[in-house]
Design a protein around this ligand. Structure first.
Ligand SMILES: C[S@@+](CC[C@H](N)C(=O)[O-])C[C@H]1O[C@@H](n2cnc3c(N)ncnc32)[C@H](O)[C@@H]1O
Length: 232
């Protein structure tokens, strides 16, 4: 949890990059809204980057997150969103939803296969019949080291072990003259077929898979996917 503790909430909302672009957020919310007539539950809701604009469209939104500082930041922006503080793979919230969603590589935060399986079971337990679980996540890296960002203000490098699926993201940020700070976070990468199997174990069926929120077809060249599994 160290990654999202302390002043994480306020620092997170000052982030820049593709996930924080208004057009990205709008496309994400447009997609999710189409599944959310019966209410939406966000796993790892964070500061409400997506939940707050989704709720602003009149959708009932609830969330789970284990970082109190991230949730505190969300509460400063909205009092309409019910949030439980806890691990999203096991924590329950009241009610049923037509949509449960987990965006921005959130499934990778669970670093064991068991925990990822539990997350699918927990999502399914909150879905009404016909409801959908939507995940946005990158495909597994195809090499041991990937530089995913290189600028004057941030260097991002992923370290990946294909045997264990352990993924460590290293972030270097300047903190002063010629000084850079390194922060690293540990994740578990997971492929689309493995996710499909986790969904099956939870009683869900694959309904759609796209390369992005604009419904670009998913291909072997896609670097991420937006997948939708449905509860019969
Ligand atoms: C990158 S932020 C994303 C927040 C939000 N979903 C968004 O898209 O902006 C990741 C969030 O996942 C939360 N998180 C990570 N692992 C978690 C877990 N096992 N249970 C609950 N929350 C978790 C962190 O506290 C953090 O708020």
């Amino acid at each position: 949890m160290g990654w999202f503790a302390d002043d994480a909430g306020s620092r997170y909302d000052e982030s820049t990059g593709p996930y924080f672009e208004p057009a990205t957020i709008e496309a994400t919310v447009d997609f999710l809204e189409s599944f959310a007539a019966g209410g939406a539950l966000e796993l790892a809701i964070g500061t409400g980057r997506i939940a707050v604009p989704l709720a602003a469209r009149g959708i009932r939104v609830a969330g789970i997150d284990y970082s109190a500082p991230m949730v505190a930041q969300l509460r400063r922006k909205s009092s309409d969103i019910a949030v439980e503080v806890g691990d999203y793979s096991t924590t329950k919230v009241d009610g049923e939803f037509s949509l449960v969603y987990l965006v921005f590589n959130g499934i990778n935060n669970l670093t064991t296969q068991e925990a990822q399986i539990a997350a699918f079971a927990n999502a399914a337990a909150h879905l009404a019949p016909g409801g959908c679980f939507v995940i946005e996540v990158g495909v597994r890296p195809d090499r041991a080291w990937t530089v995913f960002d290189l600028s004057d203000t941030h260097i991002g490098i992923d370290e990946y072990d294909a045997e264990t699926q352990r993924l460590v993201s290293h972030h270097l940020s300047p903190v002063g003259d010629d000084l850079w700070k390194l922060a690293s976070g540990e994740f578990r990468a997971v492929s689309p077929p493995e996710l499909d199997l986790m969904a099956r174990l939870a009683g869900l069926e694959l309904r759609e898979r796209w390369a992005d929120w604009n419904r670009t077809p998913f291909t072997a060249e896609s670097t991420k996917h937006v997948s939708v599994w449905q509860k019969p």
